[in-house]
Design a protein around this ligand. Structure first.
Ligand code: PKZ
Length: 240
């Protein structure tokens, strides 16, 4: 079991962490991932937060950091996140018209600010997705023979989407913790095991406490095998 980590915010975790060399080496063996992992990529490689050990007395993320963190379930997983500048632009875009802005300074974005953000976007590296999970799936995750179990795929989407929303919450906790209230998964093609897959996620829009996300799972052939849409709701201020 690895050493527990002590980040106080998800943002601090993103800023100070880097995916392990062994995971990076493993994913670099797959040529279709090269554009995402190369120095020119708009993404940085960080550990998949849910997979990190949180401490013997802390039951957060046990399913991901213990149960499916083994050689015959998920031997390797890392997350790819856009750079700080791009995330800041996405925040402006997502919260410009929303009352759930993660920072009061981002509320009521003016037309001029929107124009400025668009110009900045042209000069900042574009990231098509807000969060990407790269994962290897081993044979013990099967439902049908040599095929990933659908429930597992739902869990992967849910977790990837959770990490995606976390990157947009500010350190000052202006947005309360978010919960999945609805997750609609479409199984388009079987997901063969063993295999390496990317789960690409994006926040589509926010409105008050509600956030809508979309995601898709692809392998090396680029076929979208599974897709998902979800609704997340931020807890009311002052608790549930
Ligand atoms: C280092 C620092 C660490 C940082 C750490 C970051 C880690 C980052 C990784 C996280 C990764 C987690 C990934 C796992 C994520 C889960 O799996 S969460 C587990 C599954 N989900 C749950 O357990 C949630 C259970 N639900 C609830 O507790 C409550 O529904 C909630 C979420 C607190 C909301 O309750 P509420 O405040 O009473 O909400 P309510 O007023 O009923 O609804 C609010 C609005 O949402 C709408 N709504 C509610 N439910 C639905 C629905 N199912 N369908 C459509 N609309 C709905 C309502 O109609 C309402 O709409 P408006 O009327 O406002 O337009």
């Amino acid at each position: 079991m690895s050493t527990p980590h002590n980040w106080t915010t998800y943002t601090a975790f993103l800023r100070t962490s880097r995916a392990s060399e062994s995971d990076l080496k493993y994913f670099a063996l797959h040529p279709w991932l090269a554009p995402l992992l190369s120095p020119g990529s708009p993404y940085r490689s960080v550990p998949f937060f849910s997979r990190l050990e949180k401490g013997e007395n802390n039951t957060l993320d046990r399913f991901f950091n213990r149960v499916i963190n083994t050689n015959d379930t998920i031997p390797h997983a890392i997350a790819l996140v856009p750079g700080d500048e791009w995330l800041a632009l996405r925040r402006k875009e997502l919260f410009a018209s929303s009352t759930s802005s993660p920072s009061s300074s981002q509320q009521n974005v003016t037309g001029e600010e929107k124009e400025q953000a668009t110009t900045e976007q042209e000069t900042t590296q574009k990231a098509e997705y807000d969060f990407i999970l790269l994962t290897s799936l081993a044979p013990s995750l099967s439902g049908f023979t040599d095929t990933a179990h659908g429930g597992l795929l739902s869990a992967l989407f849910d977790e990837a989407m959770g990490c995606c929303t976390a990157a947009f919450r500010n350190d000052d906790d202006a947005v309360q913790e978010l919960f999945t209230v609805n997750l609609n998964v479409t199984y388009r093609r079987p997901v063969p095991l063993p295999g390496v897959y990317a789960i690409r996620v994006r926040v589509e829009k926010t409105e008050g406490r509600k956030w809508w996300l979309k995601g898709e799972l692809v392998g090396g052939d680029g076929v979208v095998r599974t897709s998902a849409e979800s609704l997340w709701v931020a807890a009311r201020k002052g608790g549930l």
